[in-house]
Write a protein that binds this ligand. Structure first.
Ligand code: DNO
Length: 347
């Protein structure tokens, strides 16, 4: 596996100089952040990021994310131009050495939590998702700020988007996804860039918006839309694991065996009876997921893709971007390294 770490660019309080000191760290996962969704990324910005990462002894070969414009998800006429821009981004990134692109197809909201700094019994602060809190949230009226939320949306824009999505049910969203993939995957093939869709987090509809990258049946359907290695998965254990009905170890085993997982986001969560959850420490005993089982399923299938410790709690007084501090993610990286080393040495 290739160990990687997400870095938010120059404004990230977690510096490359620190990230490189994490044992085994190889790749930086990042993106160009100064361009609105749907536009083409400048070659200068891509080259600058690559140079900075390389100056710190690491490789810039995974992008998370090249975001998909809402008009593509909605299937609006403007999508063809936006898809052409998307393809141009794939070409430019490939030219700079990028091998894997992570993206998602969630309408309007990316990952959603109800509290960003819930204090856990050990004094650490974690991201949590409590269903009763979510039921009280209304994005159209409330003052909400969530990590996966595009803060550039004004209330009026959101209202308009929600209206547009009222005509897009799950089947329509599948159609729009298929249209996108049929245009993008051939370019990814040509450029030798592995596309890796991120599952919906949490993996069920929220705020009345459809979500489809949610479970085994739907992942099977997704992979068949374009049956190419280049149409693959970011397997996020915490996202797919935040419902009791997904058997995470079995799913990792199946898709790793098929060679369709290109990027692993590895983290643990503590799931409650009603599928509410707290992001826990990494250890299997801290949460619900079988972390060793997940890594063993990868090692058994000679997994050679990218892995990143996903979110971390805030520990040791660190402040910063919720889920994306240095300390707990570094502990996660070290734990993941340990599991891989142990299982690989037993082969
Ligand atoms: C959350 C991330 C997601 C992911 C996107 C991919 O921490 O894993 O925001 O980057 O869904 O497009």
């Amino acid at each position: 596996m290739k160990l990687s770490f997400r870095w938010y660019g120059k404004d990230d309080p977690v510096t490359l100089a620190k990230i490189r000191q994490i044992p085994g760290m190889r790749s930086i996962v990042s993106a160009v952040y100064d361009v609105p969704v749907g536009e083409v990324w400048s070659e200068e910005s891509i080259a600058e990021m690559k140079a900075e990462v390389e100056a710190n002894g690491m490789v810039f070969d995974v992008v998370e994310s090249v975001p998909v414009h809402e008009d593509i998800k909605l299937g609006k006429p403007s999508r063809d131009k936006l898809i052409a821009n998307y393809n141009e981004n794939i070409r430019r990134l490939a030219k700079a050495g990028v091998k894997c692109i992570c993206y998602n197809f969630m309408p309007v909201f990316d990952w959603t939590r109800t509290e960003l700094d819930r204090e856990l019994p050990d004094g650490s602060n974690a991201l949590v998702y409590y269903k009763d809190q979510l039921a009280k949230m209304d994005p159209l009226t409330g003052e909400l700020s969530l990590p996966g939320w595009d803060s550039s949306y004004k209330k009026e824009d959101l209202k308009k988007l929600f209206d547009e999505y009222s005509a897009v049910n799950e089947e329509k969203l599948w159609e729009n996804l298929e249209y996108f993939l049929k245009a993008v995957i051939p370019v990814a093939e040509e450029c030798d860039v592995l596309m890796a869709i991120h599952p919906d987090d949490p993996p069920y509809p929220i705020f009345g918006l459809p979500r489809i990258i949610t479970n085994e049946k739907n992942l099977d359907r997704f992979l068949k839309l374009v049956d190419s290695k280049y149409n693959g998965l970011t397997f996020c254990t915490g996202s797919l694991g935040s419902t009791n009905s997904n058997d995470i170890v079995a799913m990792v085993r199946k898709y790793a065996e098929m060679g369709r997982i290109h990027f692993m986001h590895i983290r643990n969560i503590k799931l409650m009876e009603d599928d509410s959850f707290e992001e826990s420490g990494h250890l299997t005993a801290n949460g619900t997921l079988d972390m060793a089982g997940i890594v063993k399923a990868l090692v058994d299938n000679n997994f050679d893709g990218y892995v990143r410790p996903d979110h971390g709690r805030m520990i040791w007084g660190e402040t910063g971007k919720p889920g994306y501090g240095l300390y707990d993610r570094a502990l996660g990286a070290t734990y993941i390294n340990g599991l891989f080393e142990a299982f690989e040495s037993m082969k």
